[in-house]
Design a protein around this ligand. Structure first.
Ligand code: FES
Length: 205
């Protein structure tokens, strides 16, 4: 390098090895940038996809809309009042024999999960252990589901006996596990029908 070049601030001539290293550093920087951009785009796509699936409830939901597991200790004894399972939005009846089979379709008892949403206009139906069957022409049978909005009244198997509801209470799929707990598929709801008592699942604890 001449003195004139040094005075003008020009870089000195570099050897081939130094030039190769400079080029290698540039390539590494470009590769890093490319990988970073690709990773960022991939993450963005996955985040949007997860949001989309979540919005349309396509990921396996927990609680209502998915499978709800109820441990043995929460399952009512046969013949007891139905248990309110809040996380699944249903009533769990453990029917004793033909209990609730007010149309006499041949129910033999077992577990029945009934969505608490009224089939009329969607109010939440409470269990009324104090409600007397005599008020709805079923004297001697006490304890009914009775909608507070327009009075639709259902037996403990969800059979409608009074009021504007167009059908019995809707039911959910029930699976008994080997440890005595129960899975309720709250994403699989079937319209209620006069066969509700026949949908009950035998349970021996
Ligand atoms: S919403 Fe239940 S009877 Fe009308």
């Amino acid at each position: 390098m001449t003195q004139a070049e040094q005075a003008a601030g020009r870089p000195a001539n570099r050897g081939p090895e130094e030039a190769r290293q400079i080029e290698a550093r540039k390539v590494t920087r470009r590769s890093f940038l490319r990988v970073s951009i690709f990773a960022g785009l991939t993450l963005t796509v996955f985040a949007h996809l997860a949001g989309f699936l979540g919005f349309f409830n396509l990921l396996k939901p927990k609680g209502f809309g998915g499978t709800v597991t109820v441990v043995k200790g929460r399952i009512p004894e046969a013949g007891d009042d139905p248990a309110r399972i809040s996380e699944g939005k249903f009533w769990l009846a453990n029917l004793e024999g033909a209990q609730g089979d007010v149309l006499q379709v041949g129910g033999t008892g077992g577990l029945l999960a009934m969505w608490w949403k009224c089939p009329h206009l969607g109010c939440t139906i409470p269990w009324r252990s104090d409600f007397r069957g005599a008020s709805v022409n079923f004297a001697g049978i006490d304890g009914w589901f009775r909608c507070p909005c327009h009075g639709s009244t259902f037996s403990r198997a969800g059979i409608r006996v009074f009021g504007p509801a167009p059908r019995p209470m809707d039911t959910m799929e029930v699976t008994v596990n080997s440890d005595g707990s129960i899975n309720f598929n709250t994403g699989k709801i079937t319209f209620g029908g006069s066969d509700n008592p026949l949908r009950s699942v035998r349970y021996n604890g």
